[in-house]
Design a protein around this ligand. Sequence first.
Ligand code: ZN
Length: 338
Amino acid sequence: MIETSMELRSKISTDADLHSDGVQHRYLTIPHSRNDSAWGSILMPISVFKNGEGPTVLLTGGSHGDEYEGPIALMNLVRSLDIRKVSGRVIVIPALNYPAIKTGTRLSPIDGGNMNRTFPGNRNGTVTEMIADYVQRFVLPLCDAVVDIHAGGKMMSFLPCSVIHKLPDEEQMARTVAAAKAFGAPNCLVLEELDAVGMLDTAVEELGKVFVSTELGGGGTASVETIRIAAGGVHDCLVHFGVLAEEPRGSGQTRFLETPKGSFVIADRSGILEAAVEPGQTVEAGMPIAYIHDIDNPVAEPAVYLAPLDGILVHRHVAGLIARGDCLSVIAREIPSP
Ligand code: ZN
């Protein structure tokens, strides 16, 4: 019999049984033959909690290796989650791009792969592609909902937000908005993705399931506040989806925001960045939000970047150096709850 691609086994193996009851803290074993380990592999942590029938929720962090709220909140969760309070199944992958987390880099140090641009992946591809393929074909079909924790990484700083997409299916959109409210981040960014191809978001949404992501803080670290938001959000989503029988922590009211056309400010020169506005501050169209200085010409006036519209600054480039073409800032506008 000729196997179709959907029937092919992944090259990734695991002794975690996603279908058996109980708690399992195991590894996904990803083959990685290399100079210093001829028959070597990468052991990527996965935890599975299953207790009888009920929904399945996938929790992921570390899709980008310089974003730490997800790994921290999810490692804390797997040590504390009480299986007796679980109905259904919780699958936790604290570092989806495990090689990138090990080096603290956004992209995989092995193949340069951007995990959130690699879906649906490739069974016979690079390490990043193999991971995406495994998640796409063997994990997502089991799931009712996915919560994927992102942050700004080393180069960006965000006003702490959950992130959802405008979906054409009203019923799926309603489920997604309800999940974002349950997550309870202070803000929820409702995005129309410009280039959604390759994202885990898209892979999950195309299957008709609920997907909630986040952009929490940034600067290549995790703060007390952003870890609290990630941990509380994940916990309250598990309660919301009916998988965890606990009281929600109820982090509070969520303000909904959208990014209208023209809300992204792109640097058109390189230099030293002087921010004039921080994430969370209200801006008016035409007011300066940042300056870019040229160290080789100290007496020249810096380039001034102006707010393109009235709104709230939700992101700014956080590294001291900025390059032509970098995203400098994003301005969002408050909207009623969708
Ligand atoms: Zn990310």
